[in-house]
Design a protein around this ligand. Structure first.
Ligand code: AHR
Length: 496
């Protein structure tokens, strides 16, 4: 099997925005409680935050944390989560049929972002609430002082404003499962008015309007058009969500779904640009892919979980090796859209469809942790236009699927070209990269993630990235063997 990538530094897609390495933390299951917050655990610090979780989150170089949901936000009263913990109400969380104690709230979240070196991406409730709750929250978080809400923040221990820059106007408002689900016109009008009023409080904020919750929605496309008709001039980003599964247990078709992912993103870009043209606008709208991942292993168990528990085990997918390959190909795909995808949140981060899992002893890292770790650490710089040729296959739903998925990132500051390459086939691939006039001098690092049974999970922490010694660099050409079903990274020192 053959695969070839031609790297031309003059052919650039865009600089990768740091915010594409972001994640969602939702009040759901054991994400917050027993995940990042567990006051009586031996690993927890004086604030009750799990230090082992903080360390793992830091290692992933996450930028934004979208919070507090997800579906949860559409029934959430943010005021419940501030003030002395003893006075905070315990509520029914109707989104996940759980008990919410509000012991981890807004101030705790802000402190946790500081400790993890992340930044908040705050969602407001446009399901059960609306303009008033949203504007009060912006005033509480971002206004310096001298008003009711800003002085209450000071009274609650935060003298300085939080200055939250990025805000989401609700969550998945197109879905009938959503508390306060709306038609596109209803939501578009509300989002427009809410955006206007939030900006009256703080004109410097960035706003994300909710797009389709999945490509399969009957309203997909028309939802975006109608919502953007109302909000195009008000917002900075349109959100999109995408989860994949392998319910049918068909690996070739599963990994080919990166084609669907690519078409999904391109389709939304086309809708944004159609609205732009119709509005005679000079503004180009970018995308916030603010939920993406593999999600399906936990569905059956979740259906059987009794309601109204506090921090129940929900959405606890145990990811296997093929899921890591799927996450790898999704990451490469989204970087190919670096010109328009400026925010992307892995959903989620801890315990709930997550790379990081906790138990009473400590943490364990899922298979999907590894491709995310590498691309988030080294996928910094400019995405170069992938010019790729490779052997192809047909799967159940897709034709001419390349066995190779590859991409090069040019990091001019570090004088590095970083190549990410996935072999989706069952046999070894002869991989060649033509480095054009880049003058590649040395291979700094070559790693591979492979050799595991596709159904192997990582509870016992056996998975790791290994060096790839089957690599050769000469005459500006890198040749390497890509193991069957493998995720690979090559870092090259270049002068240009
Ligand atoms: O991430 C889990 C859920 O998936 C989120 O709450 C919701 O927005 C999406 O449907």
């Amino acid at each position: 099997m053959q695969g070839k990538l031609t790297v031309d530094p003059a052919s650039q897609i865009a600089k990768i925005d740091d915010r594409v390495y972001s994640a969602l933390i939702e009040h759901l299951g054991r994400s917050v409680y027993d995940g990042l917050y567990q006051p009586n655990h031996p690993q927890s610090d004086q604030d009750g935050f799990r230090q082992d979780v903080i360390d793992a989150v830091k290692s992933l170089n996450i930028d934004l944390i979208r919070y507090p949901g997800g579906n949860f936000v559409s029934g959430f009263n943010w005021e419940d989560s501030i003030g002395p913990k003893s006075t905070r109400p315990t509520r029914l969380d109707l989104a996940w049929r759980s008990i919410e104690t509000n012991q981890f709230g807004l101030h705790e979240f802000m402190k946790w972002t500081q400790k993890t070196g992340t930044r908040p991406d705050m969602a407001v409730n446009l399901g059960s609430r609306g303009i008033d709750a949203a504007r009060n929250l912006v005033e509480y978080c971002n206004f310096s002082g001298g008003t009711y809400w800003s002085d209450l923040r000071k009274q609650n221990g935060a003298e300085e404003p939080f200055n939250i820059k990025t805000w989401c106007l609700g969550n998945e408002m197109d879905g009938d499962w959503q508390i306060g689900h709306k038609t596109a016109d209803e939501y578009g009008r509300l989002a427009h008015e809410t955006a206007k009023v939030m900006r009256l409080v703080d004109p410097s904020i960035d706003l994300v309007v909710s797009g389709s919750s999945t490509r399969e929605m009957a309203t997909f496309g028309s939802w975006e058009e109608t919502v953007l008709d109302h909000t195009y001039d008000d917002v900075d980003y349109l959100s999109l969500h995408r989860y994949y599964d392998n319910e049918e247990n068909d690996l070739a078709n599963f990994l080919a779904k990166s084609i669907d992912f690519d078409e999904f993103i391109s389709g939304i870009v086309a809708v944004c640009d159609a609205v732009k043209a119709r509005k005679h606008s000079h503004k180009t709208l970018n995308l916030a892919l603010d939920e993406w991942n593999v999600w399906y292993h936990s569905h059956k168990q979740d259906d059987e979980t009794a309601p109204w528990q506090q921090a129940p085990h929900l959405l606890e997918d145990h990811y296997n090796f093929e899921d890591a390959l799927m996450v790898g190909t999704m990451l490469i795909t989204l970087l190919k859209h670096a010109d328009r995808v400026k925010i992307a949140c892995l959903a989620q981060l801890v315990n709930v469809i997550a790379p990081i899992m906790t138990d009473e002893h400590g943490i364990w890292l899922q298979s999907i942790f590894f491709p995310f770790l590498q691309i988030s650490k080294y996928g910094r710089g400019i995405t170069l236009t992938p010019q790729q040729t490779a052997t192809t296959y047909d799967s159940k739903d897709f034709k001419d699927v390349p066995y190779l998925d590859s991409l090069a990132v040019y990091n001019s500051e570090n004088h590095e070209i970083v190549i990410f390459a996935e072999n989706k086939g069952n046999t070894t691939m002869d991989f060649q990269t033509d480095l054009h006039d880049l003058n590649a001098q040395t291979v700094i690092e070559a790693t591979q993630f492979c050799g595991y049974d596709i159904k192997q999970t990582n509870e016992n922490q056996q998975m790791a990235l290994h060096p790839n010694s089957n690599v050769h660099l000469s005459d500006n050409t890198l040749t390497a063997s890509l193991q069957p079903l493998s995720w690979n990274m090559f870092r090259l020192h270049v002068t240009h």
